[in-house]
Structures are given as structure tokens and as C-alpha cells.
Design a protein around this ligand. Sequence first.
Ligand SMILES: [Zn+2]
Length: 189
Amino acid sequence: MKWTSIKSKITTIKLEKAEIDWCPIELDSLENGAQNYPLILYPDAIRKKIMKHVQDQNVELGGLLVGSIVGCADSVEEILAIVVRDAIPSVDYESSAVSLTMSPKVWQSANSGLSAEMLVIGWYHSHPNLGAFFSCVDKKTQKDFFNNNYNLGLVIDPVREEEKWYIGAEAHEITESQVRTFGFGLCLD
Ligand SMILES: [Zn+2]
């Protein structure tokens, strides 16, 4: 499945709704104009799931990030936050210490059962002991497959315990202060 084929189904979750649905989520700060938007809300449980996946081996591993977009309006033009709500490990892949090719199956399994409010928001992969940065190949992957303004790219070095986030077709680096990791409970089904 081509990523762009699901574009039209995407809707954002309004801030008011997000405040009701996500109990202790610190959404207040989203309304503070001093913020650099969007914020990335990255629950600790998802980080643990990803780390458990990529820590296993000394080869590049990866998968897709599933989540929701919080916005002021229906359009995804003005995004306040991107909430990471699940990680789908790619179990069918070709991997070496320095490269990773994910099969289309991971897209299909990630997309099945998702809704307009819960969609594939990006991807993650590991760079064991290479440092967390986007390589030229990673930038091309981002541009080819994750080129919407809400698409995230997460790269993790589990050995050096580094992580970096990128966003959009041009893979702009997201600053550390934009990423909020905490153990909030999601009340949505
Ligand atoms: Zn890479």
C-alpha cells in the first residue's frame, strides 16, 4: 500500500476533545504561544516497547509509528501536537548493521484496524552504535514515504542511548524540548 493513498482519510483531534480523552496529558502547554509546534507526545510505555524491539540485536531494526494528530482545525495544516500511541515493529525485513529494508507488509498490518483519527504517523529505526542521526538514505526514505507535514522519523542508537526526531518531507530536526515523554494514561479505546 502506498502511504499517500490514505491521506484523504486523516482528521485531527480537537484540543478540547483531547483534553477530555487524555486524562493527565499536559495539553495546557499547547495553548502557550511560546511553544515550538508541534509537540511530540511520546508515552514512556511506547518508548519502552521500541527500545525492547531495537535492543535485541546489533543490526538495524525498525517499524512504524501509529498515533493521532491534535490540531486547532480539521486540517492538518496547523498541528499542535502529534501523539505517538503505538509502535508496529517490522518483523519482515532485510537488515544489516548499517541498513534496513522494511517490507510492505508492515504498512498493511499497521493500516488495518486504524481510523482517520489513529493513523500511521511515521517510522522508527535503530543505528546500533552509529549515533542517532538521519543518513542520506534515511532522508530519502522520509521524502519518499513520510512526506506529509505530520510525518515523524525517529532514529535510536540503543548502544549510545541517543535518539533524534525528524519531521516532514525535508526531515527537519525536532528539538529535544518539543518531545514530551511521560507516563500519561490514554483514555481512548
Ligand atoms: Zn538510518
